[in-house]
Design a protein around this ligand. Sequence first.
Ligand SMILES: NC(=O)c1ccc[n+]([C@@H]2O[C@H](COP(=O)([O-])OP(=O)(O)OC[C@H]3O[C@@H](n4cnc5c(N)ncnc54)[C@H](O)[C@@H]3O)[C@@H](O)[C@H]2O)c1
Length: 267
Amino acid sequence: MNQANTAGTGAAARADTPGAAARRESPDFSGRRAVVTGGAHGIGAAIVERLRTAGAQVVVLDRETGPGVVEVDLADRAAVQEASTTALHRLSGVDILVNCAGVLHPSALLGLDLAGYDTTLAVNLHAPVLLMRSLSVPMAEQGYGRIVNVTSVHARFGEPLSLAYDASKGALESATRTAALELADHGVLVNAVAPGFVATRMSVVNGEDELSAEPFTSVYAGQGRLPLRRAARPAEVASAVAFLAGEENSYITGQTLTVDGGLTARF
Ligand SMILES: NC(=O)c1ccc[n+]([C@@H]2O[C@H](COP(=O)([O-])OP(=O)(O)OC[C@H]3O[C@@H](n4cnc5c(N)ncnc54)[C@H](O)[C@@H]3O)[C@@H](O)[C@H]2O)c1
């Protein structure tokens, strides 16, 4: 095991405390208004923490409750539209949209469960596109906006039993590029962040110590397929999102920033 990259190792662990990292190096989000989907848990919650700590006002769209949450089932198109209007009203506008909510249902091509397929596409692809459509309007009007879509290494690489998820993430990366072209003239930059393995309940169900969970250490790290030999912490993905969502990013659009510990660096 590479100790330098092991969860809980001295200085590295202290630096990754979400609040500490944000206070030290965040872009300044004072006065910025952000909508973050999936912000009640996991990566989304780390993004919300990061933005709020740096001064942003954040409305979360999620089906689970929490601080600043507008409860919504993102699989329901009408509800997405309504929640988007509510968020705009609460924030009196919007500067940043982070589409982070996502679902992962096992799905094989043969015998594909169409209900699970539809839900996956609705939450992972259609809701982000609908929110980009509605919230890019006020962004374009004010001539400033940042949109970050959380995709996955699954956008570019397949895995058995992951058909719907892979399709949804690949399509969201395509939509990210095309939206970036359309919004470039309006001061709105659109990018994606593609995580590899992140220690959240989506990827591991292992009680207290998610970073040492079996699927990562035995299957991926154990086979030498994951150079950094551990899952990412949600805060490490949030850092990449914060960079692309901030004013410091002034010339990157239509791109995907991969945060995967080197997983896709080898073939
Ligand atoms: N965890 C990983 O290893 C990993 C890897 C690559 C990409 N991702 C992506 O990162 C994003 C966040 O995943 P996570 O690991 O934090 O998962 P998570 O399960 O911890 O959080 C997902 C969040 O989305 C919300 N959500 C799901 N379905 C919803 C719905 N129908 N309506 C409203 N809210 C809904 C959940 O309530 C939750 O707050 C997802 O898009 C996921 O695909 C995760």
